[in-house]
Ligand binder design. Structure first.
Ligand SMILES: [Fe+2]
Length: 440
C-alpha cells in the first residue's frame, strides 16, 4: 500500500517534471505561438497534466477519516499511477524535443549564406533583363506611394530589351523574396519550388531571402537535408538568407535551423540569429522574428527594432522582413478559428514603429498567397508562394489589398533604383504577374 508521504512525493516529482517539460518547450524560439494559433486539445492536456496526481492525492486526504480504508487506498493507487504516467510522458517528451532534432546529421551544403553581420554587396547594376523599363505607370493608384501598373505583355519586344537604360533606370540593388517552400510536406509542390529556384539562379539577384517555413516539420533532419540538397543543386551561387518560420520552429527545429542557416562564425547586430539588420548598400534590410505573431517579440527585440529603425539612413529605402504578415487577406482556420488575415498581434505591436520611422516596404510569408497591400504610405507584400500548399480562396479581403493571386506559385523581385523601388511579382517560371512602383 502506498504511504501518504510516498504518494505526495511521487505527485510532486510528476508535477515538477511536467513543469520542466512544458517550460522547455515554451522557451524554444517560435514554440509559444503554437499554443495561441493551434490550441490543440493535446497541448492543453500536456500543460495541465502535472496537476492531476497532486489533485487526486489531496482528494484522498479526507478519505483517511472513513472507517472503510478501501476508498482512500483506491485514490492513493490512482494518484500513484497518474504520477508514473505524467512523469513518464514528461520525460519522453523532453527527450523527444531535445534528442530528435539532434539524432539525424545534416549534410553540409555549399551555399552562399548571407552572414547578417557582413551585409550584402551588390554584384553590379546590370539587370537580368530590361523588362523593368517597359510598361506604363498608373499614377492614379489608390494608396500614396504605390503605383500599380498594367501587367506586362507576354511577349517582350526585342526593341525594348535592347533599349539603353538611363542612370536613373539602373538598379542599385536587385533582391528576390519568396517564402513557405515547405520541403518535406506531401502537399507541397516540388516542381514549382524547383522552377522558382532555377529561375532565380538564372537572374542572379544580389540576394535571395526565403522568409521561413523552409521545412514542414522543423525537428526532422531529413526534411532539412532535402532543402539543403535542393538549394545547393539549384542556387549554389546566389547569396541566400532564410528566416525562421513557424513550421521550422516545430518541436525543437530551432537547432536545425541554426545548424543549416546560421553556422558558427555568423553573427548579427542584435546578437540573435532570428532578427537582425543588414547593410545592403543601397537599402537597409531589417528582419524581425515573428514566426506566428508577437509571442517572441519581447522588450529586448522591440528596443533593438526601435533603435535600428531610428538609426536607418533616411535616404535609403527601409525594407522590413518577417515570416508572419501584418496586413493580409485570408480566412478563418477551419479547425481552430484562428484569423489568418490582418494580424491582430503584429499590426498594433509593430506598425506604429514602421510608420514613425519611415519604413517603405514590408515583405512577409505565412499566408500562401501573393498579395500586395498598402496602408498609410507603406507597401506590404505577401510572398508565401514558394511551393507550400496554396491557401484557400480568402473569405476575408483586407481593405488594404491592392492585388492578390490565389493558388499561384512564384516569387517577388525588388529592384532598388534612385528614388524608387520596383516590385515585380513573378510566377514560378519568372513571367511577370504584377508590378508596382513606390518612391522612397
Ligand atoms: Fe507556411
Amino acid at each position: 500500500m502506498p504511504a501518504r508521504r510516498t504518494m505526495f512525493i511521487a505527485a510532486l516529482v510528476a508535477l515538477v517534471l511536467g513543469i520542466i517539460m512544458n517550460s522547455y518547450h515554451y522557451s524554444l524560439e517560435g514554440a509559444r505561438g503554437l499554443y495561441v494559433w493551434h490550441p490543440l486539445l493535446a497541448l492543453k492536456i500536456l500543460l495541465f497534466m502535472g496537476l492531476v496526481p497532486i489533485s487526486i492525492a489531496i482528494v484522498s486526504l479526507p478519505l483517511e477519516k472513513l472507517a472503510k480504508k478501501w476508498p482512500m487506498l483506491v485514490m492513493r493507487w490512482i494518484s500513484m499511477a497518474a504520477s508514473i504516467l505524467v512523469g513518464a510522458v514528461s520525460i519522453a517528451l523532453l527527450a523527444f524535443l531535445i534528442i530528435v532534432p539532434r539524432i539525424g546529421s545534416l549534410e553540409p551544403a555549399r551555399l552562399e549564406l548571407i552572414d547578417p553581420a557582413k551585409g550584402i554587396h551588390a554584384l553590379g547594376t546590370q539587370p537580368a533583363e530590361a523588362s523593368f523599363s517597359a510598361g506604363t505607370t498608373n499614377k492614379g493608384a489608390a494608396q500614396p506611394g504605390i503605383a500599380l501598373q498594367q501587367p506586362q505583355s507576354a511577349a517582350l519586344q526585342p526593341a525594348i530589351i535592347a533599349q539603353a537604360r538611363s542612370p536613373l533606370d539602373m538598379p542599385l540593388l536587385r533582391l528576390s523574396f519568396s517564402s513557405d517552400p515547405h520541403w518535406g510536406a506531401d502537399t507541397s509542390n516540388a516542381q514549382a519550388r524547383t522552377q522558382i529556384l532555377e529561375s532565380i539562379a538564372q537572374r542572379k539577384p544580389d540576394a535571395f531571402f526565403m522568409l521561413g517555413d523552409t521545412v514542414e516539420t522543423g525537428n526532422s533532419a531529413t526534411q532539412w537535408n532535402f532543402a539543403l540538397s535542393d538549394l545547393e543543386a539549384l542556387i549554389p551561387h546566389v547569396p541566400v538568407r532564410p528566416l525562421l518560420g513557424n513550421h521550422d520552429a516545430l518541436f525543437g527545429g530551432q537547432y536545425l535551423y541554426r545548424k543549416a542557416f546560421f553556422p558558427k562564425g555568423f553573427s548579427s547586430d542584435s546578437g540573435s540569429p532570428y532578427y537582425w539588420s543588414i547593410d545592403a548598400g543601397a537599402a537597409t534590410i531589417v528582419a524581425v522574428d515573428l514566426p506566428w505573431g508577437t509571442e517572441n517579440f519581447g522588450a529586448r527585440q522591440r528596443a533593438w527594432l526601435e533603435k535600428t529603425l531610428a538609426a536607418a539612413d533616411p535616404h535609403k529605402p527601409l525594407i522590413v522582413l518577417s515570416h508572419s504578415y501584418f496586413y493580409a487577406s485570408g480566412y478563418d482556420d477551419p479547425d481552430f478559428g484562428s484569423p489568418w488575415y490582418d494580424h491582430y498581434q503584429n499590426i498594433p505591436a509593430l506598425v506604429p514603429l514602421f510608420e514613425k520611422y519611415g519604413v517603405d516596404l514590408v515583405i512577409s510569408g505565412h499566408n500562401h498567397y501573393q498579395e500586395l497591400l498598402a496602408h498609410n504610405g507603406i507597401a506590404y507584400a505577401i510572398v508565401g508562394s514558394m511551393g507550400g500548399i496554396p491557401d484557400p480562396q480568402p473569405s476575408y479581403r483586407s481593405p488594404w489589398s491592392q492585388w492578390l493571386a490565389v493558388s499561384a506559385f512564384g516569387w517577388l523581385d525588388v529592384e532598388v533604383l534612385p528614388g524608387r523601388l520596383v516590385l515585380v511579382f513573378r510566377d514560378e517560371r519568372g513571367a511577370e504577374r504584377h508590378r508596382a512602383e513606390l518612391s522612397y
